[in-house]
Design a protein around this ligand. Structure first.
Ligand code: ATP
Length: 365
């Protein structure tokens, strides 16, 4: 009998439910046509609208369901007009990242032939690299605790041995899996500012230690400023990049820009026990309810979830379906005849998701 994986689904705010529904529908179709695995979806309450209605943004029961699940699928949360009493934004996804110790923020950057990209790629070149952003410490460690006096402001960056070791182990394993799948040469680049800051020299030292355990992979270093330049000049050269939280925050938006926008940029936040998959974009309240939000980033995040579950549970069917789903979205983007408005088309959310589903079915037929 095939194993059933429990998926906690946070539909979230704004365009969240609109992009979650067709994504879950595609996942259900995949699951129902597989004899090797099954997915069971559990809707979980959280977010700004939930806070406005109940006074709670992330109920204890929701955390419990998320912790019990095999994976978490989340759309986007937060609304500009709904805030805590102290004026800060409601972002349960950040709370989940901390509570579940999801230290590795995985941001794939992919541009296939035919895909709209602000760069003109040389003939035959495609972009396919992964940026891994440490997501629990770095400069964000001092979030909400910075000191400000009349004349000075101070924030503290934290790099710990414990999290860095876990982060680098995860990074090298991911590079090895990409190499095994034929998606990369097995090259890992540590992105830092070790020439100026001692904290980054420490970060790099721990990276080098982990690199020694992987003689079959190539490890190198790059300064963050040079990396920003190369992401524009020769992004096809990268394979796997790993960096600190704040640097990763900035570089991942540059990566989304290379892909043609937030509507096609997926992400995952992964720890040792748990993992959460969500698009890079927010709840896009300006277009919520209009029916033309782009579902591709959410569907690509769901594809990452299948692949991650497959690797974790040694289930080749899940890995294969994750790859098929990613390829179906990439092919839909490359074909370019069914695109939502943010990509220059006129398709609705459901039409875009249906185009992906049709390609999946074509492949099965
Ligand atoms: P957050 O701070 O929560 O990440 P944000 O304020 O940076 O959110 P988003 O909610 O991501 O911003 O929206 C930024 C812009 O991108 C908006 O104009 C929004 O409409 C657009 N956008 C974001 N996601 C999508 C999507 N899936 N489809 C179409 N447009 C989108």
């Amino acid at each position: 009998m095939s194993k059933t994986y429990e998926i906690a689904v946070f539909s979230g705010d704004g365009i969240g439910p609109e992009i979650t529904d067709p994504t879950v529908k595609i996942l259900k179709n995949l699951s129902e046509s597989s004899s090797e695995y099954a997915l069971n979806f559990n809707a979980v309450e959280a977010g700004a609208a939930h806070y406005a209605a109940t006074g709670e943004s992330l109920p204890a029961q929701s955390i419990k369901t998320a912790k019990k699940a095999d994976a978490i699928l989340l759309s986007a949360m937060g609304l500009p007009d709904v805030r805590y009493a102290d004026g800060t934004e409601i972002s349960p996804q950040i709370d989940l990242r901390k509570q579940l110790t999801l230290f590795a923020g995985v941001r794939p950057v992919t541009v296939r032939a035919g895909q709209n990209c602000p760069l003109i790629l040389p003939e035959g070149k495609e972009i396919d690299f992964v940026l891994i952003r440490e997501s629990t410490e770095g400069l964000f460690h001092s979030q909400g605790c910075g000191e400000v006096t009349k004349d000075e402001a101070r924030e503290t960056l934290l790099i710990t041995r414990d999290i860095s070791e876990k982060l680098f182990r995860f990074t090298f394993e991911l590079a090895a899996n990409r190499k095994k799948a034929g998606r990369g040469p097995g090259r890992v680049t540590c992105v830092d500012k070790a020439n100026v800051f001692r904290a980054f020299a420490f970060f790099r030292e721990l990276f080098d230690k982990e690199a020694e355990q992987h003689p079959d992979l190539n490890a190198d270093h790059a300064y963050v400023d040079a990396t920003a330049l190369w992401m524009v000049q020769k992004p096809w050269d990268f394979d796997v990049l790993v960096t600190e939280n704040m640097f990763g925050d900035i570089l991942s938006d540059l990566g989304a820009g290379l892909m043609g926008g937030l509507g096609v940029a997926p992400s995952a936040d992964i720890g040792l026990e748990h993992a959460m998959f969500q698009p890079c974009h927010g709840s896009a309240p300006d277009i919520a309810g209009l029916g033309y939000a782009n579902p591709f980033a959410m569907i690509l995040s769901a594809a990452m979830m299948l692949e991650w579950l497959g690797i974790k549970h040694d289930n080749d069917a899940l890995i294969a379906d994750g790859n098929r789903l990613r390829s179906a979205v990439e092919a839909t983007i490359s074909k370019g005849d069914v695109l939502t408005r943010d990509l220059g088309g006129s398709a609705t959310t459901n039409e875009a998701a249906t185009a992906v589903q049709s390609l999946l079915e074509l492949e099965i037929a």
